[in-house]
Design a protein around this ligand. Sequence first.
Ligand code: MRU
Length: 370
Amino acid sequence: MKVNGIPYRTIWPHPTDERIIQIIDQRHLPHRFVVEDLASVQDVFTAIKDMHVRGAGLIGATAGYGMYLAAMEVSQSDSFDTHVKNAAEKLKSARPTAMNLFWAVDKQREAISSVNSKDEKISIALQTAKEIADSDAEYCRRIGEHGVTLIEEISRRKGGKPVNILTHCNAGWLAFVDFGSATAPVYAAHDKGIAVHVWVDETRPRNQGAALTCWELGNHGVPHTLITDNAGGYLMQQGKVDLVIVGSDRTTHTGDVANKVGTYLKALAARDNNIPFYVALPSSTIDWETADGVKDIPIEQRDPDEVKYVEGWCGDEVKKVRICPENSPAANYAFDVTPARLVTGLITERGICNADRDSIQKLFPKKQVL
Ligand code: MRU
């Protein structure tokens, strides 16, 4: 996607020195556009844990490059396998919910162990990291192609009046390598000349909707309106939402969807108002082992200070202010799980399917292949 007319991905090897990986440091958006260099496994771990990068696909792609940096870091005295195994464990511990992190690290371990010499291992790790990033972008592009058909149909029904789509958090190109999952159909529709308008949930506590989704949509010229997290139900009752599309950090092979906390409430409101609720995800987000998402998907709990403080632009700098009594305890559950029964359908790189075991299996008979 473009930033001020210049095409960007969210992660890429340094153009003149592939020992360095560059990312957009998302902590500074929408106020400043900052590119950060990552040169070690520790840098990658910090970038994922402290959310310089975030979003399921991008966490996976960053971990993929992290494993390449791990392969390069092995010194003469280290055992290659031990160093790579430790790096894999460290990266996997950075964030517990997004499936793509585990998928990418395991993919790299398999690739690295398939060759023998150190040089070959480094070379295959770089190639695999690039493949993970490229496939993420391509899958999201295809999600756009499939998902746009839903928007086209509603647009036809409305005689070309704007299709109102509600989204939660940021499942846009910043959450992936390019295009995004939930936003890919929106960009595809907008680019085809279909009138769309997006209701953007602000997404407390870190405000990824306000900071990132609004910035992305604005950059691409897509009409949008920022709303509080609690406004969606009212808008649905008033007939102002035609379709909900959200992303996913982990979807079980039975169709339960873990996504940013608050997604479940949107799904309940959508069901009560008969509004289609779709989840867009590449197959690298599918958890092929877990069957009961509500019970078994690990939900990340983050620093309570993210709830107690908000950050914002104060004219010439970013400031952080407390919004509650200093001693009030806070809890910060980062994700929730929407049961499959509330999901109208899944938009994947292979097409749209029902959120149930059989439909998912039919679309991905051999699970997931790059
Ligand atoms: O905590 P984050 O920002 O990494 O959470 C990820 C998200 O932005 C959402 O949950 C998103 O909808 C799914 S990631 C494509």
